[in-house]
Design a protein. Structure first.
Length: 174
């Protein structure tokens, strides 16, 4: 049984989770991603309410770190170029005094499966690959880059009575 009430932190892949998986590349080799603002606001809500947020991605662009900095995620919780995601997931847990069972992880493709198997709640977007869907506790009704992150964070926080917006805290942090 999925227990959102046990979740104390969130961790995410980026491409295909925060984005629709599309990546634009310019002539200089710079990569560009589009992020959903509502997903970003949900990350801010998590941060404002004391939930650590980890980003574990194979992507290497510094723009990823910059994107999440604006949502209150410290650079130390952004793992770029991750090739063995379980190691970075365990480092994130250790840094925050958490067990993997206290963390909800969202991934969408095969490299995410080992972390999904460790997480307390394994979740994926509706457009994840079939192999990922097969190991997940929850398949979001929303696709990557279109609300699956918001759905996960909001569901967990509401189950704990913590989906609370405080304008003073928001102004102070962001």
């Amino acid at each position: 049984m999925v227990r959102f009430s046990d979740i104390r932190a969130f961790a995410f892949d980026v491409d295909g989770v925060f984005t629709d998986g599309g990546i634009l590349c310019d002539l200089k080799g710079e990569l560009y991603r589009t992020f959903d603002a509502k997903d970003g606001f949900a990350v801010r809500m998590a941060v404002m309410n004391g939930f650590p947020v980890g980003i574990i991605t194979g992507g290497r662009s510094v723009s990823i770190t910059e994107r999440f900095k604006t949502s209150g995620v410290p650079a130390s919780d952004v793992f770029l170029g991750s090739r063995k995601k379980t190691e970075d997931f365990e480092a994130f847990c250790a840094a925050h005094g958490l067990t993997p069972s206290q963390v909800l992880f969202i991934g969408d493709d095969i490299p995410d499966i080992p972390v999904l198997r460790l997480a307390g709640i394994a979740m994926c977007p509706s457009d994840a690959v079939d192999e990922v869907k097969a190991v997940c506790d929850v398949v979001s009704p929303f696709p990557g880059g279109r609300g699956c992150v918001r759905h996960a964070i909001e569901t967990a926080m509401k189950s704990q009575g913590k989906w609370q917006f405080d304008t003073d805290v928001y102004k102070k942090l962001f």
